[in-house]
Design a protein around this ligand. Structure first.
Ligand code: ATP
Ligand code: ATP
Ligand code: MG
Ligand code: MG
Length: 868
């Protein structure tokens, strides 16, 4: 077995709309193609032994044990790989369940798709699944150690890529609310929302957290001065820079016990509490000096009591936690060291911030803290005796948190809310030390020790004791107050032909609303009037460029088959999903072999429309109209034929449609109709002569209409949209060259030829001459079809080839087109000039008065410059 290709999907896709995160492998099972799972000796038993968790997989049966049952009855090895890849991820704490396997036209080759939580881990799981199964098949055995290494590697990948716990909690909440998010490639910043409505966070710091607030909070002395000026209780203390000043400073704070800490420290680093002797003060000074970046040392009176963290979000106290330093409780038998080991084994304890609590590390500091309490690591504690292992209560050094939100005194709530405003933070963690949080601070000698910017949320979300507090909702409601937008309208366009034209037309109509439009096409990515990047930009990455841009107010995205298959849609859902048509093109690529399969690919755009959005579907194309079945939101149809039964039925039910009726673009809303514009006034349809362009006009207008664009704006858009060499190069560019006319068009598949043919056949002033060709990566039959069609629309043709023959030998595509011509009309006049430039020159030289020379170029630019 081997993996021929691995694709990582990130958005709604061919396999699933609701499972955007999939790994798809193209798997060659080689000699296993003729053996099913039950025909490989001992495979079933060994697999169950290695991965007993497979019993939980339902397979297609829909019940526990279903997959194993299927295995016993006989399924392809590819399906087994799918389930093993899922199971490996599940065992590595990444719960996943969705998967699908498809055979291809070649019996040994399958496509296997399965869900991932982490894309790197997903790809790893594919390789590991293959290794595991191959080993079971070859040796009836997969070493336990190998499996353990696989799982460790998978977990390591997950931990490496994990967002911090605070960021993750916010992101999860965003997801719940349907707010899209993504990690920016720098500084672990997460972007929420799309386009103009995007916001950014970095842990509990937002794009509206003022830099001055952050700076004040980072300077403990500045914070204290600001708070003291506002009559808030702060620790009595002094800042010193030299050791000589220490003795006087201690005197001025009222003598021992004192606290010494770096002025600009955090996470409890360099801080010594409860100092009672000069000798300890000297050591503490040195310790603080080492940790202080700017050299300032804070000497404070030591306040007795517990350590509380008050979380203020957007001016309101949302949670209060008591933080207890890492400690153990005696059982009358175990040593302190044993008790610590025991605690660290708890499943909630992990390294750093990876879990709810952090493992306790025994270090020099722990020895000091133990010594202060009269213990060593080997001491055995009496039952229920508490022994602290750290001086400060940071979660990151093994502390725990107890929720006290319901106990805090109202006056202290008010003080904390003021303190956050005074320092200037939208999200602040106020540290308070006092003996009883339920009483006013002044009664219990309580003080605000400091104010933290970007406070950790872990202690409130998952306190070790007490009620968890949803502190992520207030953060999101601050960023997006109820009712405010977090996404811009997304209009996605797909189909076999006319995507670029329709995308441009929609963008042009929306421009009439004076909004900033971002759009992507096969020609490039644009914002407003400007080109950002030229090239075939119809995939996920280009969509992301538009959606991530803070200036964009409406996104119009050409969405091609290639991108959908390669990485899924570049957005989670759209507001309008337009499907123009499904015709024979690109068949045989990426295991999409039939028109129906191609329709399934394009249907992703229709199905990924939002519940409140519209799928805009072509009622004249049965494969497209049929997609309505799968649409979650509403459907709006367009049709060239007012009598189309689908339209009639749809309108009876009160639906919305756009039709071409008596020379007019007409919107129907149930039984109401609005005549929008006469087609002779729409230049892109060549005064109503080009019916496929009329169809594109209907689709584009309807997409704008269901988005609430006014009829006036739509009709202005239609009247001012030019098919010109500048605005839409390569799409029905009709150019007069004095004696004769030239039409340049990108048609490159049978449906495109047919569409153009309809217009060409109407040409009555002279000869109709074609300069024709087709992309080399299409099937033989499609190229022959181009030749056949050419005989029906032209008087004579020149056959040329693309420079890029796409792996076909030079001359082969032309030969196939020629064969098509000869089969259809053996007497038909043609010439073969493979070089495109020479072919065009020859056609122009031979064109007679009044004739129409139609060029289907590979490079429109080159063709245009030739004409000029
Ligand atoms: P963190 O980043 O965890 O907030 P930090 O390095 O910023 O820590 P402080 O917040 O100043 O340091 O102090 C850490 C803890 O030490 C406080 O939460 C408090 O429990 C205790 N502490 C600090 N100063 C005093 C003091 N003057 N009296 C009593 N306890 C104190
Ligand atoms: P691509 O797949 O190359 O990106 P596209 O779908 O973006 O193509 P356009 O570039 O808009 O299509 O148009 C290419 C050609 O397809 C046009 O020049 C015309 O010949 C033909 N065409 C456009 N619209 C339609 C339509 N609605 N039906 C059939 N053919 C069309
Ligand atoms: Mg602190
Ligand atoms: Mg295109």
């Amino acid at each position: 077995m081997k993996i021929l290709k691995t694709q990582t999907l990130y958005g709604p896709n061919f396999w699933s709309i609701n499972h955007p995160h999939l790994i798809v492998i193209q798997l060659d099972v080689e000699d296993l193609s003729d053996r099913l799972s039950n025909q490989i000796p001992d495979f079933y038993n060994q697999l169950v032994k290695t991965l007993p968790g497979l019993i939980e997989h339902h397979g297609s049966r829909g019940y526990r044990g279903g997959f194993l049952q299927q295995m016993q009855e006989g399924i392809s090895i590819a399906q087994v790989i799918q389930h093993v890849a899922l199971e490996l991820q599940i065992l590595a704490q990444m719960p996943v369940s969705f998967g699908r396997t498809r055979p291809s036209a070649t019996p040994e080759i399958y496509r296997v798709a399965f869900e991932y939580k982490n894309p790197r881990a997903g790809r790893y799981a594919a390789r590991a699944a293959l290794r595991l199964c191959q080993s079971l098949i070859d040796q009836s055995y997969y070493p336990q150690v190998e499996l353990e290494i696989d799982l460790e590697d998978l977990q390591e990948i997950q931990v490496e890529d994990a967002l911090g716990p605070t960021t993750e909690a916010i992101v999860n909440q965003a997801q719940k609310r349907g707010i899209p998010w993504q990690e920016l490639p720098v500084r672990h910043v997460v972007q929420l929302g799309y386009g103009k409505y995007q916001r950014r966070i970095q842990a509990a710091q937002t794009d509206q957290t003022h830099i001055l607030g952050i700076e004040f909070a980072g300077d403990k002395q500045a914070t204290k001065i600001l708070l003291r000026e506002a009559c808030l209780p702060t620790p009595l203390g002094e800042v010193i820079y030299y050791f000589d000043e220490l003795e006087d400073a201690i005197d001025r704070v009222g003598g021992f016990p004192i606290v010494i800490k770096p002025l600009d420290g955090n996470h409890g680093r360099g801080i010594t509490l409860n100092i009672n002797s000069w000798e300890d003060a000297e050591n503490a000074y040195d310790l603080a000096k080492e940790e202080s970046k700017a050299g300032g040392i804070l000497v404070e009176r030591f306040y007795r009591g517990q350590d509380y963290r008050v979380l203020v979000i957007n001016g309101k106290v949302e949670a209060v936690a008591e933080r207890v330093p890492a400690h153990v409780i005696g059982d009358g038998r175990s040593t302190i060291e044993e008790l610590v080991e025991d605690i660290n084994r708890h499943p909630h304890r992990g390294n750093g911030h990876e879990n709810i609590l952090t493992r306790i590390e025994i270090d020099g500091h722990t020895d000091d803290v133990l010594a202060q309490q009269g213990y060593v690591l080997d001491s055995i504690l009496e039952e229920d005796e508490i022994c602290y292992l750290k001086a400060t209560a940071n979660l990151s050094t093994g502390g725990i948190a107890i929720d006290r939100t319901d106990e805090i005194h109202p006056e202290t709530v008010w003080m904390a809310e003021r303190a956050a405003k005074i320092v200037g933070l939208d999200i602040a963690g106020i540290d308070i030390t006092c003996t009883d949080i339920s009483r006013p601070l002044k009664e219990v000698d309580g003080v605000i020790i400091e104010v933290n910017a970007a406070p950790g949320l872990r202690m409130h979300l998952q306190p070790s004791q007490g009620k968890p507090r949803d502190v992520t909702s207030p953060i999101l409601e601050m960023l997006y107050p109820p009712g405010s937008a977090y996404r811009i309208p997304i209009i996605a366009i797909t189909g076999t032909n006319g995507k670029t034209t329709t995308t441009r037309l929609i963008a042009h109509i929306f421009k009439q609303t004076k909004k900033v439009i971002g759009y992507t096409t096969t020609d490039g990515t644009y914002i407003g009037e400007y080109l950002l990047d030229s090239g075939d930009n119809t995939g996920r990455q280009s969509a992301q460029i538009i959606l991530n841009d803070p200036t964009v107010e409406v996104a119009v995205l050409e969405t091609a088959r290639g991108g959908i298959l390669r990485s899924g849609l570049g957005f989670d859902r759209s507001d309008v999903g337009v499907v123009l048509n499904v015709a024979a093109d690109h068949l045989g690529l990426e295991d999409i072999n039939t028109l129906e399969e191609m329709a399934q690919v394009k249907s992703v755009v229709a199905e990924a429309t939002d519940e409140n959005g519209y799928a805009v579907l072509n009622a004249d194309d049965p494969l497209v109209a049929n997609m309505a079945k799968w649409v979650k939101g509403k459907v709006a149809y367009f049709s060239m034929n007012p009598e189309n039964p689908i339209i009639q039925e749809h309108l009876r039910k009160g639906g919305i449609a756009a039709i071409y009726d008596g020379g007019f673009l007409t919107f129907c809303n149930g039984q109401d109709t609005i005549q929008v514009e006469q087609m002779v006034n729409v230049p892109s349809t060549l005064r109503g002569l080009v019916s496929f362009m009329i169809s594109n006009v209907l689709a584009a207008s309807l997409a704008a209409y269901v988005q609430g664009v006014s009829v006036e704006n739509i009709s202005t858009g239609l009247r001012t949209f030019q098919v010109s060499l500048d605005q839409t190069p390569g799409r029905m560019n009709l150019i007069e060259l004095g004696k004769f006319h030239v039409l340049i068009d990108y048609a490159h598949n049978p449906a495109g030829y047919q569409a153009i043919g309809e217009f060409i056949r109407q040409w009555s002033e002279g000869e109709r001459i074609g300069v024709i060709g087709g992309p080399g990566n299409r099937r033989d039959q499609d190229l022959k079809e181009l030749g056949r069609l050419a005989t029906q629309m032209f008087d004579w043709v020149i056959i040329k080839e693309d420079d890029d023959t796409r792996d076909r030998p030079r001359g082969e595509a032309a030969r196939l087109i020629r064969e098509g011509i000869c089969q259809e009309k053996p007497q038909f006049k043609y010439e073969e000039i493979l070089d495109e430039t020479e072919a065009i020159q020859a056609a122009l030289a031979e064109a007679s008065e009044g004739s129409l020379v139609v060029i289907f170029p590979e490079s429109v630019k080159r063709a245009i410059s030739l004409l000029q």
